[in-house]
Ligand binder design. Structure first.
Ligand code: 4AD
Ligand code: MG
Length: 427
């Protein structure tokens, strides 16, 4: 039996295969907290109820020793989780000596060095289960709406999000880059499948040591033929609402382990507020932050903007120069592009970047050149504007920033099993 199935096994004798999370003893009774990956259950070893040999074996158990136990499940309101195992038999697989992570407080540096073991801790377990639920609900959202999952390549010859943050590799004597975004390939796929998404790791050599930046992060990127800019934001709203609802529905235990106050999450329902970049500058000015037209927002600016609202907020119509080459100019607002970032509440900043794409061949060519990109490298991308070009758009949602917000974590390093940070790639 897995521990998560305890409630369906009350009164039955079961076998649990797992590890010792903690032990406590009061003379004639030993309490073992046993974890098996699905949960933690308290197991009671009573001197009066088990053979002496079993009691002596239980006494030897240490934190993270691996064990197979047999016993009877019973309901007990006082036990953590509400159920307990009355131990009958115990097989020791390995006695662990000197497990480095003890129940006392450790520094983050130490824990990061031991990330391979830290994953076993209750809080890390809860966070990564929430991550899994977010990944699953994101995929379900698109699968249920008839999107086709199309995998984008990781090794690429082109830059998508600017050439300054590329990881270069040697591709048989020629440079190739780790993908910053699957978007350009999704644009090709959208013309073949109508509505598509990719979901994979992306890489940015960003020299940023912040609580929001990873060198390797996961991004889900939908791309839709014939979509309008307004429709693009609407689907983002519905997606975020769905994901938050799914986490609230399925992760109550995990949310309570990490102590997440869910009242803010319960407010996440459409419509989300929308402000233009121009309005954003005015809000920032009022809060003592002066930005020139064209300046990009940093973490501080995003935090101020998001703090004005209790729901995620769209910032749209950025100045052309502040954004990527492929974004479509807004005919109604010269000098700006049809791009929107979604900022999460509670100081988490940008979790989604999206836009309408340039669908005109000549304009795209002009923008490529203005951005110092070579026509030759982007020949295939230009082809998409030559053969049945249509209005289209999409967005990219950063998984780790979304997890950080939903779980309200102080840093993205806890949102991914093995974070790749500036100057840190171990373990
Ligand atoms: O805004 P970005 O750069 O957009 C794109 O890459 C587009 N090509 C997406 C598209 O339209 N298909 O990145 C999208 C999101 C950000 O909003 C953020 O959540 C996340 O990716 N992100 C990062 N997350 C962690 N660490 C980093 N270094 C990140 N850079 C971007
Ligand atoms: Mg962005």
């Amino acid at each position: 039996m897995y521990i998560e199935e305890a409630k369906n096994n009350v009164g039955k004798e079961v076998t649990i295969k797992g590890w010792i999370y903690n032990t406590r003893s009061s003379g004639k009774i030993i309490f073992l907290l046993i974890r098996d990956g699905t949960g933690i259950i308290q197991s009671v070893v009573s001197k009066n109820d088990v053979p002496e040999e079993i009691f002596q074996k239980a006494k030897k158990l240490t934190q993270e020793s691996s064990v197979i136990v047999k016993g009877i499940i019973r309901e007990d309101k006082r036990a953590p989780g509400g159920y307990e195992l009355l131990l009958k038999d115990l097989e020791i697989i390995q006695i662990t000596k000197d497990y480095p992570i003890t129940p006392k407080e450790h520094g983050v540096g130490f824990l990061m060095e031991h990330r391979h073991l830290w994953l076993r801790s209750k809080r890390q377990w809860a966070i990564l289960r929430i991550r899994h639920r977010i990944e699953k609900s994101l995929r379900d959202f698109f699968d249920n709406r008839g999107f086709t999952l199309v995998d984008a390549p990781i090794l690429t010859p082109n830059a998508c999000e600017g050439s300054t943050t590329l990881f270069e590799t040697d591709y048989f004597g020629k440079p190739a880059f780790l993908s910053q975004s699957g978007q350009l390939y999704m644009e090709a796929a959208a013309m073949a499948f109508g509505k598509v998404y990719c979901f994979g790791p992306t890489f940015r050599a960003e020299k940023s040591k912040t609580r929001r930046h990873l060198m390797e992060f996961w991004m889900l990127e939908p791309e839709i033929a014939y979509i309008t800019f307004e429709e693009n934001m609407k689907i983002q709203e519905e997606m975020i609402t769905y994901v938050v609802q799914e986490v609230l529905k399925n992760c109550q235990n995990e949310l309570s382990i990490i102590g997440r106050d869910t009242t803010v999450l319960e407010k996440v329902k459409p419509p989300f507020p929308k402000i233009s970049y121009k309005e954003a500058l005015e809000i920032l000015e009022k809060h003592g932050k002066h930005l020139e037209w064209g300046d990009d927002f940093g973490g501080d600016e995003e935090t101020i903007l998001a703090a004005q609202f209790d729901k995620p907020v769209f910032v749209h119509n950025f100045p052309t120069g502040a954004k990527a080459f492929y974004m479509k100019p807004d005919p109604d607002n010269p000098g700006t592009v049809l791009a929107a970032d979604l900022l999460a509440p509670e100081g988490y900043g940008e979790i989604i970047g999206g836009s309408q794409r340039i669908d005109d061949y000549d304009l795209l060519l002009k923008r490529l050149k203005e951005n110092g990109l070579s026509e030759e490298d982007y020949k295939w991308y230009l082809d998409l504007r030559k053969y049945g070009s249509v209005p289209h758009g999409g967005f990219g949602i950063g998984l780790e920033r979304t997890v950080a917000w939903i779980a309200k974590l102080p840093h993205v390093r806890e949102t991914i099993p093995f974070p790749r940070l500036l100057e840190k790639i171990y373990p």
